[in-house]
Write a new protein. Structure first.
Length: 289
């Protein structure tokens, strides 16, 4: 069955970016000139997704506004004879965006469960916008292509240094075949030295609708939150479950370092400012201690 719907959980508090995220959603922070959420939506559209399901919370209205018509802005620019080309892609076709409210930030698993009525009885994708993936084709498109071969459940699998595994969901890997790795088990935020591998779940998922039945129990896991990883672990053995190694770059834009790296990498490649930025960076690196 074709993957038609993608869930974007955007109801987290973004505490690692305070005070920037006090009044601005983390997902609206820009990499160069586009907010993270727009890259995520573009990636979904490229993968053939038709319905974007945003799970948002209080104070996140800017996300809904971002994908709406900006009447005053467009009218004023037109009256001044100025282009609105920069807004291309930021207005979704009416009816393609659905907004669901997560009333309390009880964890990623709880956020996904909030979308259950919109998802219904079909497989669906999940994109965490703060896991910023740069690739051609994009990460979700690579996963949809893999899904067409093996079906079942897929997660994006990524190698990290072993010391970083306590911050992530970690795979217990089975057989590997090209970009596909069989998933034998999953552990959320394992204690240091106990991770089954250094392969983490990196912010992209294709899941069967049965996941909602497990999420419905709302059992709290690591950090007292309802963890998506715990429910996915229960699907293993019942349905095919694979990790897909993404051919591309990944930036953890939930952390300040990853966010700064993403901005620097994309700005260095920008046609308008890349040359100037790279030569400026050489000078700065010489003087930085
Ligand atoms: P994070 O673990 O990065 O949490 O969530 P966070 O709240 O966004 O950020 P910090 O850790 O406080 O800085 C991963 C994704 O899951 C969403 C977030 O919005 C983010 O896209 N999320 C998390 C929810 O939608 N609801 C939740 O209850 C928790």
């Amino acid at each position: 069955m074709k993957i038609r719907k993608a869930v974007f959980p955007v109801a987290g508090l973004g505490t690692r970016f305070l005070p920037a995220t006090k009044a601005v959603p983390k997902e609206m922070l820009p990499v160069v000139d586009r907010p993270l959420i727009q890259y995520a939506v573009d990636e979904a559209i490229e993968a053939g997704i038709e319905t974007m399901v945003f799970v948002n919370g209080r104070g996140k209205a800017a996300i809904e506004d971002h994908f709406d018509m900006a009447y005053e802005l467009e009218r004023t620019q037109a009256d001044r004879g100025k282009s609105v080309a920069a807004l291309a892609g930021s207005r979704l076709t009416p009816g393609d965006a659905v907004f669901v409210r997560q009333q309390e930030p009880r964890g990623l698993g709880h956020a996904i469960w909030c979308a259950r009525h919109v998802i219904g009885d079909e497989p669906f994708a999940i994109i965490l916008p703060d896991e910023f993936m740069v690739g051609s084709p994009g990460c979700l498109k690579q996963m949809v292509d893999a899904y067409e071969q093996v079906g079942g459940n897929l997660i994006c699998a990524l190698e990290v240094p072993m010391a970083e595994t306590p911050s992530y969901g970690v795979l217990d890997p089975g057989l590997r075949d090209g970009a596909l790795t069989e998933v034998r088990g999953l552990v959320e935020k394992p204690k240091a030295g106990t991770a089954p591998s250094n392969l983490i779940v990196a912010g992209r998922y294709i899941l069967q609708p049965e996941i909602m039945e497990y999420l419905a129990t709302q059992e709290a896991g690591a950090g007292g939150e309802v963890q998506l990883t715990d429910s996915m672990a229960k699907l293993i053995g019942q349905q095919p479950f694979h990790g897909v190694t993404f051919a591309g770059e990944r930036y953890d834009c939930g952390s300040k370092l990853g966010f700064a790296q993403a901005n620097f990498a994309l700005a260095c490649r920008d046609a308008g400012m890349g040359d100037d930025l790279r030569s400026w960076a050489k000078t700065i690196l010489k003087t930085a201690s």
